[in-house]
Design a protein around this ligand. Structure first.
Ligand code: C2E
Ligand code: SIN
Ligand code: SIN
Ligand code: SIN
Ligand code: FE
Ligand code: FE
Length: 380
């Protein structure tokens, strides 16, 4: 089976003219690609065709975790190896290209990846990649030359270097963009935690609500992008609780009418806190903060809007939040068994909640309960 993959047909050598065409056809796409994973895949493709390798991958340094990582295909997880291992690690450590005819005859070879994938590596070419400050940021690795000679040459090294230098800027900005995006997501998530942590609700509440919301969004037929947007924004639904005094927020018993009125203001407070940001995630979070306590029948707060007047994200977060509130211990109540919650959901179908969302909730109950278990609270 594994050997099969290696028995791909021997290729005719491509001409210089074809190489030039290839580079031109990739350069625009590469320079415009902002998504780091997509960029790595594009570059892997270009490298593979350019020097007629069976496989090609672009490895990047992850300084924080002292690892090298790559993406091998769309939708496949990252591959990671420790710093300094294998040819890739060696090329990066010594800032030096490596050309090998048979990997197994070289003791720098890390055969673990072959063992994991059942692939048989023979010839290898690795070149280090630098950023504009000439710092090494990773390496280009090609495996198994597919022409008659079956090994890589100095010429191939030159072509790969050319591709790498064309792409250096694009990689640099994609790394930066990726970092900014991850930072944004983390800040947003931590903001959500603040909203909840003061009321003794754990970070897990925020995670669960985010995951339940995403499941419902997908079930409703939304795109992955839209569902991810909701998932990122929904953790902030209670951010407006930051302004609520502890005496109300952590009151072990039932709130007085006045206290509950104060509590209800967390919807408007959250909305005003977030609404002026031009960022899509925060805009979305503003709407969710505002509308997550509205009810389908119009008897919610703060505005008492009804049905589809309530943004779909608000309707989804409402059902996710109430499920989680009921399924968890709170200072003012013990967790309910799931059957009791489902009974309430049936009663509230078309009252508190969008009827379609209640139906989808029941249809996807297995997935939802799996999340509930995976992110269960553990109190001492
Ligand atoms: P939360 O604890 O996150 O609850 C979110 C929503 O879940 C509640 O919105 C309500 O719709 C539902 N929910 C939670 N517990 C129960 C319950 O025991 N029975 C029923 N039928 N529904 C429940 P709601 O009511 O607008 O409350 C908003 C927030 O106000 C709550 O967020 C909580 O922080 C606070 N709160 C509400 N009631 C009390 C209370 O009696 N004591 C205290 N200390 N806080 C309360
Ligand atoms: C190595 O460079 O030996 C590890 C990476 C790989 O084989 O794909
Ligand atoms: C949707 O995005 O699927 C529907 C939008 C809406 O109902 O607000
Ligand atoms: C409550 O806080 O007990 C009322 C919430 C609901 O109507 O489901
Ligand atoms: Fe709330
Ligand atoms: Fe909540």
């Amino acid at each position: 089976m594994a050997e099969h993959k290696n028995e791909a047909a021997v290729q005719e050598k491509i001409t210089d003219h074809e190489r030039l065409r290839l580079i031109f056809s990739y350069v625009t796409n590469i320079s415009e690609e902002k998504d780091l994973n997509n960029l790595l895949l594009l570059m892997a493709d270009l490298g593979k065709q350019l020097i007629q390798a069976d496989r090609c991958s672009l490895w990047l340094l992850d300084e924080e975790n002292r690892e090298l990582w790559t993406i091998v295909a769309h939708g496949v997880d990252e591959l990671r190896i420790p710093y300094g291992t294998g040819f890739v690690g060696h090329a990066i450590e010594h800032n030096q290209s490596i050309i090998i005819k048979d990997a197994y005859e070289d003791d720098r070879f890390n055969a673990d990846v072959d063992k994991q994938t059942g692939y048989r590596t023979r010839s290898i070419l690795v070149i280090p990649i630098h950023d504009s400050n000439d710092e090494i940021i990773g390496a280009y690795q090609a495996v198994n030359k597919m022409t008659e000679d079956s090994f890589f040459t100095k010429e191939d090294e030159g072509y790969l270097e050319l591709a790498a230098s064309y792409s250096g800027k694009a990689i640099e900005s994609a790394i930066l963009y990726n970092e900014i995006e991850r930072t944004q997501k983390e800040i947003i998530f931590r903001m959500g935690e603040i909203g909840e942590s003061r009321s003794q609700e754990t970070a897990n509440h925020v995670k669960r609500v985010a995951e339940y919301s995403r499941i419902l969004a997908i079930a409703l037929g939304m795109s992955e992008e839209e569902a991810d947007l909701l998932k990122m924004a929904s953790p902030m639904h209670d951010i407006g609780k930051v302004g609520i005094p502890d005496s109300i927020l952590n009151k072990p018993g039932k709130l007085t009418d006045e206290e509950f009125k104060r509590m209800q203001r967390h919807t408007e407070d959250g909305y005003h806190l977030l609404k002026d940001s031009p960022r899509e995630i925060l805009q979305t979070a503003a709407v969710i903060a505002h509308e997550h306590h509205e009810k389908w029948n119009g008897r919610g707060y703060p505005r008492g809007i009804a049905g589809e007047e309530i943004h779909i994200f608000g309707r989804i977060t409402a059902i996710a939040d109430v499920f989680d509130a009921l399924a968890s211990d709170r200072v003012y109540k013990a967790a309910w068994p799931v059957e009791k919650i489902m009974k309430i959901f049936k009663e509230e179908r078309g009252e508190h909640f969008d009827p379609k969302l209640v139906d989808l909730f029941f249809e996807h109950l297995d997935e939802i309960l799996a999340i509930k278990d995976a992110y269960a609270d553990h109190f001492d």
